[in-house]
Design a protein around this ligand. Structure first.
Ligand code: GZL
Length: 328
């Protein structure tokens, strides 16, 4: 635990020392709970929420990595995708005097003040999954996936398969203001530049199946059979859109081709079944790397500022091969 608790322990230590006439400082080496001396490391983890299959896999990976058997006490908060909830959770972690804070930021903005408070409290912050706009000296490291590259990979598939003919596309964007939504849009747009792929409409589906379905219903009411391609910025919105496409009497994967990002089991199953046409992976199994980074930071070791996971991509045949051994 941190300053307030350390001070208390130090005071207790001094009293105890004075009482026994022993000398020696209170165990300052435990400041920051390095874990290397066997002390339990208390970590506050501010997760976005539980909006998608990807998020569930990421939460499971983090909880497994930050387990008691690995030397941690995890204080977990899911913010229901509300940035204000997430900032309140981080403030609570600071007040509890945790040893370290891990955040998967819902959106990129609004972090400077609370991260300065964490820095003033001498509590290191590590970002996992999504990034922020704030100054990089406000956090020790970021571990996640290359969202811009994911967008480029999805766009390159669209360019190869549809770019040389008039193609009308609709886009289901991720959470507005989130790093994956911003960077996947940038990457996809750059990849299809100069092709005959035209964006009819683009709207957030908040990375959820329910909103993906609702927004796709609106697109179909407005554009109907004119839609040739759907770019869904995560599997879950694409899976929600399947229901809307079928309800409109159209065949997903044929009447409307679908490219998504995440690579969850359900996404790859839809791909293997021919309802999706291409899926780009975004690896959610970040827990072990994040946990090691927390321990290294607390032990005073130098850590990489950016640690990027490796992603692959799948067509329908590759999905059939991959499904039996997928970990999420
Ligand atoms: C990407 C992650 C996104 C996923 C969605 O790293 O932040 O959030 O693509 C999830 O499925 O909701």
């Amino acid at each position: 635990m941190k300053k307030g608790i350390i001070a208390g322990l130090a005071l207790l230590g001094v009293v105890a020392l004075a009482a026994t006439g022993c000398s020696g400082a209170a165990d300052a080496s435990n400041k920051g709970g390095s874990g290397s001396n066997g002390k339990v490391i208390t970590v506050g983890f501010a997760q976005t929420g539980s909006e998608s299959g990807w998020r569930s896999a990421n939460t499971e990976s983090m909880k497994d990595a930050f387990s008691a058997k690995n030397g941690f006490k995890l204080i977990f908060n899911a913010a229901d995708n509300k940035p204000e909830n997430q900032i309140a959770a981080v403030r609570s972690f600071i007040n509890q005097g945790v040893d370290a804070i891990v955040i998967a930021p819902v959106v990129t903005t609004g972090w400077d003040d609370v991260l300065k408070e964490a820095k003033d409290a001498d509590i290191p912050v590590i970002l996992e999954d999504r990034t922020i706009d704030g100054s990089s000296d406000l956090y020790k490291a970021w571990i996640g996936d290359d969202f811009k590259k994911e967008g480029e990979t999805a766009g390159a598939w669209a360019k190869t398969n549809l770019g040389d003919k008039a193609t009308n596309m609709v886009v289901l964007e991720g959470t507005t203001g989130s790093a994956p939504a911003i960077d996947r849009s940038t990457g996809f747009s750059s990849a299809i530049s100069g092709t005959q792929i035209k964006t009819l409409d683009s709207q957030t589906g908040n990375f959820t199946r329910a909103d993906g379905k609702t927004v796709m219903e609106g697109f179909l009411q407005k554009y109907g059979k004119d839609i040739n391609l759907l770019f869904a910025q995560n599997d879950d919105m694409g899976l929600g859109a399947l229901d809307a496409i079928k309800a409109a009497g159209l065949t997903p994967g044929k009447d409307i081709q679908i490219v998504t990002i995440d690579g969850t089991h359900d996404g790859l199953q839809a791909l293997a079944d021919g309802q999706f046409n291409y899926v780009v992976e975004c690896n959610p199994l970040l827990g072990p790397t994040v946990a090691k980074t927390v321990k290294d930071v607390l032990a005073g070791k130098a850590v990489e500022k950016k640690q990027t996971a490796t992603d692959q991509a799948f067509d329908q045949e590759q999905a059939k091969q991959a499904l039996p051994t997928r970990k999420y």
